[in-house]
Design a protein around this ligand. Structure first.
Ligand SMILES: Cc1ncc(COP(=O)(O)O)c(C=O)c1O
Length: 387
């Protein structure tokens, strides 16, 4: 099976991990701050907080922004459930903004419309979480303008998008947001096994996220409430978690980061080859907006249903039977049974729902060969071309 995504681990990665394993610290040592500094430098941001996964990063980001019961978090339905669940962890109400039919990212006109309505009803969100779907940056500067106008905070869910940029600005710089979150799961652009990071230019938010990832504890003399300078002294000042990344993971991350540029180049090259080879099929292909560089975490195409003779499920299964690890990104979050309990129902977010009825994720990863890609292309032509 050609998978839809796959990590790339080389000898340098293995050596970096082994070096940490042979050192004194396999967690809470120097490799974590070194990885944080390297990512912060890459993305031109002031502070980076490494954690155990992006879900944890989203959680502490929401907590740092004081999201709590009675507050509202808005995200898109076309995402992984974690983008919404972080609001629920904090006891906040979750609501959704439909996607743009071309980029499949949060629709800014729909966000504006929903904000106007929410303002009239006194139901404005405290936090909005746009998702850089498939690695394509959202129109973040427009979201930021609305954040200034309506007073909400912004967390960029950039789980798919380390290495992407918009108008030359790297995703992660937080130029147009309060906090940005990356994932380092093996299917993502770079990996630490499991892992995530929260980035911000705000020193106070960074401090809070630092404490939240490690039990709410601080040893920083400047932050201690008691005037106690004993070397064993620490204070738990808030309720935190153990969301720490290990040094083993961080060493792998730093080693992977050195190849990030090449990974994104290769992913873009594979995407361009798909664009060319699939252009005559009845498919909507991904469109990268002017000024954007996508990280192409995934390559998603959409069937134009009325031109297909076969049902979606049949094409999906035929491709899987031919060894092509196609996938669906995403089942709309609001239609998950958990969210339906809150009253969400089909028809509420038509673009995200239409997307889920026709979207197909094709394999893309740096080590994919042209021969692998030809197999995918030929299989698609065979399954759809003959439809
Ligand atoms: C958009 C999005 N947000 C958040 C996450 C959660 O990432 P993690 O698996 O690192 O917790 C994912 C994971 O797939 C994702 O795709």
């Amino acid at each position: 099976m050609i998978p839809y995504g796959h990590q790339d681990i080389n000898q340098a990665d293995i050596d970096a991990v082994v070096e940490v394993l042979r050192s004194d610290f396999i967690t809470q040592g120097p490799a974590v701050p070194a990885f944080e500094r390297a990512v912060a430098e890459y993305t031109h941001v002031k502070h980076a907080v490494a954690v155990s996964n992006a879900t944890a990063a989203l959680h502490i980001a929401c907590l740092a922004l004081d999201l709590g019961p009675g507050d509202r978090l808005w995200t898109v339905p076309n995402t992984f459930v974690a983008s919404a669940n972080c609001g629920r962890y904090c006891g906040a109400d979750v609501d959704f903004v439909d996607i743009d039919p071309v980029t499949w990212n949060m629709s800014v006109p729909k966000l504006r419309e929903k904000l106007q309505c929410a303002k009239r009803e006194n139901r404005l969100p405290k936090v909005v979480v746009p998702v850089h779907f498939a690695g394509q940056p959202t129109k973040q500067e427009d979201v930021w303008e609305l954040a200034r106008e309506y007073g909400f905070k912004v967390i960029e869910d950039a789980a798919h998008a380390i290495g992407a940029s918009r108008n030359g600005e790297p995703v992660g710089s937080c130029r147009w947001s309060d906090i940005t979150v990356f994932s380092f799961h093996p299917v993502k652009i770079i990996t630490t096994g499991e892992g995530g990071m929260a980035l911000t230019n705000n020193g106070e938010l960074s401090e809070r996220m630092n404490m939240l990832r490690s039990h709410g504890i601080t040893r920083d003399p400047a932050r201690l409430r008691a005037n106690n300078r004993a070397p064993w002294y620490y204070e738990q000042q808030i309720l935190g978690y153990n969301y720490r990344m290990t040094d083993i993971q961080a060493a792998l991350g730093s080693s992977q980061l050195k190849r990030l540029h090449g990974y994104v180049e290769r992913r873009n090259a594979i995407a361009r080859r798909y664009d060319e080879a699939l252009k005559d099929l009845p498919l909507q292909l991904p469109t990268v907006q002017t000024g954007n560089r996508s990280a192409f975490h995934i390559y998603v195409v959409r069937f134009q249903r009325n031109t297909l003779a076969k049902p979606y499920g049949q094409i999906f299964e035929e491709l899987r039977n031919r060894g092509i690890g196609v996938n669906l990104h995403y089942l709309p979050v609001h239609l998950q049974p958990y969210y339906r309990n809150f009253g969400f129902a089909p028809g509420q977010y038509p673009e995200a729902e239409a997307h889920a009825l026709g979207a197909l994720t094709l394999p893309i990863y740096p080590q994919m060969t042209d021969t692998d890609q030809d197999m995918v292309i030929n299989a698609l032509h065979a399954c759809i071309g003959s439809a």
